[in-house]
Ligand binder design. Structure first.
Ligand SMILES: NC(=O)c1ccc[n+]([C@@H]2O[C@H](COP(=O)([O-])OP(=O)(O)OC[C@H]3O[C@@H](n4cnc5c(N)ncnc54)[C@H](O)[C@@H]3O)[C@@H](O)[C@H]2O)c1
Length: 410
């Protein structure tokens, strides 16, 4: 097999962007598209025609796309509620699955995902693109080479002011609105947790044991925003929201590392993921593009001046520790979405499929990371009490070998 025929379900803002990244990979043929809305289906067709001049089949019903015999792999980029049901259906139809990120709606749903995989052995990958980002992979390489020592603490955040997107949900047909109205959760854990979990070898020799979450007073930021003139939907002026503006979650691993993550999407702020890895020999901080090894750090009085000089010093580590896939990326590939990480995740996905390699973010990672969402709700309902994180590998994590998402320099 030298080509793979892909069907894409969900042609909203993300689905259309994914089409561009996928079609930059010559081995990918987009043979079918599906969306609830006719105008979005047409946009998907137009994008495929522009790049490949060959119209894909169009399905209003996603199940028909999955059971189309020509479709070998299904890419899911829908509302959060549909990811797990669609992934399960596709696995039962023996269609390889790549699913966009989301949180699960129950721990049971994560188990159903694992069960469907174990019954069918159909390959499935969570499209957690931040695991493929340049700084995260450079840091992974530094960790694997022992430069940061014994890793004890990590932190990440999904810091993105989405007030406009959330409150525009009725106008833009977007799922975030109903989620923020009706539930309170760490609703988007994987961008920050995914790269950290890979570095800590979660589900491969290590696992999360428990987590505890706390949220700020629900709805405050959004309820203020709906009364502001920037809110495009006047029907929301008196709407209440169940979601906390900030949800802070602490996870503990079996190796007693502490991981903190924060959902931070409805107060004024700049975008940041705050990716931080701390070990006995040094630290890496993504937002500052900074790597600082022990011994580099001067005495306390000089620390602030020194810190300013260190900003953006991580580039110096690239020659020796950067993986080839980032060393060789072209400016055009960087343009394909999120600075190139979207393109790289599909390069890896298609390479694994065509060369029968295991997918690097598999069903156990997907089930575990997505389960953080319902577990965070449970913890908040219990006043921030710790709750257990299930072992979705059912003990197999002890034997499963570590697997980075790309090959790193030896
Ligand atoms: N990895 C990233 O960087 C990144 C960035 C943005 C969004 N996302 C993820 O991508 C997904 C989509 O987000 P979005 O912002 O594009 O949302 P969107 O609302 O713009 O698009 C979702 C699309 O799915 C379609 N859809 C929903 N149910 C369907 C069904 N039953 N059958 C067919 N189509 C259906 C909707 O009609 C809509 O067009 C989400 O999971 C989101 O979290 C990921």
């Amino acid at each position: 097999m030298s080509e793979i025929s892909v069907g894409v379900i969900g042609l909203g803002q993300r689905g259309l962007a994914l089409l561009e990244s996928m079609m930059a990979c010559p081995e990918c043929q987009i043979v079918a598209v599906s969306d609830l809305y006719e105008d979005r289906r047409q946009k998907g067709v137009d994008a495929v025609m522009k790049h490949r001049n060959k119209a894909p089949k169009i399905y209003a019903d996603w199940k028909e796309l999955i059971y189309d015999p020509q479709v070998q792999a299904v890419v899911i980029s829908c509302d959060w509620e549909m990811h797990i049901p669609m992934a399960i259906e596709a696995m039962h139809a023996h269609k390889i699955v790549a699913s966009e990120v989301a949180g699960a709606y129950s721990v049971e749903d994560s188990w159903k995902l694992v069960d469907a995989y174990e019954e069918t052995k159909t390959p499935i990958m969570l499209l957690e693109n931040c695991c493929f980002d340049e700084f995260e992979l450079l840091t992974t390489s530094l960790v694997r080479h022992g430069l940061l020592g014994d890793i004890l603490y990590a932190h990440g955040c999904y810091g993105h002011d989405l007030r406009n997107e959330i409150t525009g949900g009725n106008v833009n047909r977007h799922y975030r609105l109903r989620n923020y109205e009706h539930r309170n959760a760490e609703n988007y854990p994987t961008h920050e947790l995914g790269p950290i979990a890979k570095i800590l070898n979660i589900n491969r020799g290590n696992r999360f044991l428990r987590l505890a979450s706390n949220g700020t007073r629900p709805g405050v930021g959004l309820e203020a925003y709906t009364k502001d003139k920037r809110c495009i939907d006047p029907t929301l002026t008196h709407q209440s929201f169940a979601q906390s503006d900030i949800v802070s979650t602490t996870l503990i691993t079996e190796q007693q590392q502490v991981v903190t993550i924060r959902l931070d999407t409805s107060l004024p702020r700049f975008y940041a993921r705050e990716f931080t890895i701390r070990g006995t020999k040094g630290l890496a901080q993504g937002d500052q593009n900074l790597v600082c090894l022990d011994g580099d750090i001067p005495e306390i009085y000089e620390t602030n001046k020194f810190y300013a000089k260190m900003l953006n010093n991580a580039d110096a580590y690239k020659e020796k520790y950067e993986c080839d896939i980032w060393k060789n990326i072209t400016p055009a590939q960087r343009e394909l979405g999120h600075g190139g990480m979207d393109y790289i995740e599909f390069r890896v996905f298609f390479d694994c499929i065509l060369n029968h390699k295991p997918l690097p973010i598999d069903v156990y990672d997907m089930a575990t990371w997505m389960a953080v969402t319902p577990l965070s709700t449970l913890s908040m309902e219990r006043g921030g009490e710790p709750v257990e994180v299930p072992d979705f590998t059912r003990g197999k994590y002890r034997e499963r070998e570590a697997q980075d998402v790309v090959a790193l320099p030896k």
